[in-house]
Design a protein around this ligand. Structure first.
Ligand code: PLP
Length: 231
């Protein structure tokens, strides 16, 4: 099942890239493995995937210890400041920097270990009440502030688009994020690159690729539906 699912996602990714004249090598698939057991993750790993996404610190840390260390773990969920210390040396990329306070804590903990943390700045593109992230209006200022911190590199932007039945409805938000990366790049801020755009999930990753995503985060279409009651 996992093999077929993964093959289908890869085919769809390629087709989307071809449609918009992009090279598929520019797009990295993150398999979102939250709530899924290590056995399933290992199976997907054996099919060649090395990027996995988790939204909870404890779960990421548990899985980190039990799985091969060439996995790149992406923290994609809201991160509480008091938990930064547990993942700072385990997360390859933190996608969900949604406040200056969190960025300061990440920089502090990275500094203690003599490393620099790679992060993306989360944007609440649709302005949904239930979502984290800076509003599109705030994000340029936020990037300028966060860039001043000593042990943090901003590598791009991330967004979680609304849950919609028709993926086309999210195109406007992906376009917006892409435009914001261009605006930020033009400012030439030290310690800031816009190499990565993390957008697109099971329902809308093809549209996201068409609009410039470099990371797509796909859970359900690879691993199947999640059951939050069993672990
Ligand atoms: C769960 C999650 C995903 C994956 O969602 P699917 O719809 O299962 O593909 C992607 N991004 C974030 C931030 C998530 O929390």
């Amino acid at each position: 099942m996992l093999k077929n699912n993964l093959e289908e996602v890869r085919r769809n990714m390629e087709a989307a890239a071809v449609r918009c004249g992009r090279n598929i090598d520019e797009v990295t698939l993150i398999a979102v493995s939250k709530t899924k057991p290590v056995e399933m993750i290992k199976e997907v790993y054996d099919l060649g995937v090395r990027d996995f996404g988790e939204n909870k610190v404890q779960e990421l840390v548990d899985k980190y210890d039990r799985l091969p260390h060439d996995i790149r773990w992406h923290l994609i969920g809201h991160l509480q400041t008091n938990k930064v210390k547990y993942i700072i040396d385990k997360a390859y990329l933190i996608h969900s920097v949604d406040s200056l306070k969190l960025a300061k804590e990440i920089s502090k903990e990275a500094g203690k270990r003599g490393i620099c943390a790679n992060v993306l700045i989360e944007v609440n593109a649709a302005g949904e009440e239930s979502k984290y992230g800076f509003s599109p209006d705030e994000v340029v200022d936020a990037v300028q502030e966060i860039a001043k911190l000593p042990s943090i590199y901003i590598k791009g932007l991330m967004t979680v688009a609304p849950y919609v039945a028709v993926s086309e409805e999210n195109r406007q938000f992906f376009v917006k994020i892409r435009q914001l990366t261009v605006d930020i790049m033009q400012k030439n801020i030290d310690n800031v690159s816009m190499d990565f755009i993390s957008m697109g999930m099971s329902g809308d990753y093809e549209v996201a690729i068409e609009e410039g995503a470099t990371y797509i985060r796909v859970g359900t279409s690879i691993f199947g539906e999640r059951n939050y009651n069993i672990k």
